[in-house]
Ligand binder design. Structure first.
Ligand code: ACO
Ligand code: ZN
Length: 159
């Protein structure tokens, strides 16, 4: 029988493994300070999937305050999915779906009313994943990425 992965929060000792996962999966990479800072500020939304001591994937997020675009006016907390990735050998096993669901709970713990993220308009696997979790495309940002590609902003209302 195939072993199952566990979900847990990031701890500082995971830094190198998570940075390596990020590098193999995405062209958007960050300094070690960036990862550590997000963990220090928002530990409940920095989630890992692990199997037999190996990191299969991660999600890290930031809580931001912005104008409500849900018809209420005023300011609202939003959970921003900054980065999510799963190593190629562990894809299509529900890892991304599991870490996002856990991070959405963390966003609600921080009293965020909405989750959002940017995704490359050509990133079909990721767009399909977010649609499956009821994120909707709310706008396009032209030239968002450093290579000039456009981003969709996708949002999901939190209960
Ligand atoms: N093609 C079509 N649909 C897909 C695909 C795919 N390749 N991958 C996932 N999905 C959809 C399916 O609906 C899938 O459900 P199903 O397997 O029952 O059909 C659902 O998403 C859940 O899939 P998971 O198994 O949870 O996804 P996985 O663990 O494979 O990770 C991810 C998906 C994170 C997009 C992975 O492919 C990856 O790491 N890609 C490279 C990094 C990346 O693009 N990250 C997102 C950038 S945007 C951002 O970070 C905000
Ligand atoms: Zn972003």
């Amino acid at each position: 029988m195939e072993t199952q992965y566990n979900l847990r929060k990031f701890v500082p000792n995971d830094l190198q493994a998570v940075m390596q996962t990020n590098r193999v999966c995405l062209p958007e990479n960050y300094t070690d300070f960036f990862f550590v800072d997000l963990h220090q500020r928002f530990p409940e939304t920095f989630i890992l999937a692990e199997e037999n001591g190996k990191i299969l994937g991660y999600i890290m997020c930031r809580i931001e305050v912005g104008l409500s675009n849900m018809g209420l006016g005023g300011l609202m907390r939003k959970g921003h999915v900054v980065s999510i990735a799963v190593i190629p050998q562990a894809r299509r096993r529900g890892v991304a779906q599991a870490v996002i669901k856990k991070a959405l709970e963390g966003m609600q713990y921080y009293r965020a009313k909405q989750a959002f993220l940017e995704v490359r308009v050509t990133n079909e696997p990721a767009i399909a994943l977010y649609k499956k979790l009821d994120f909707e495309i709310s706008k396009t940002i032209n030239g968002y990425y450093s290579d000039g590609e456009d981003a969709y902003v996708m949002t999901k209302k939190l209960a």
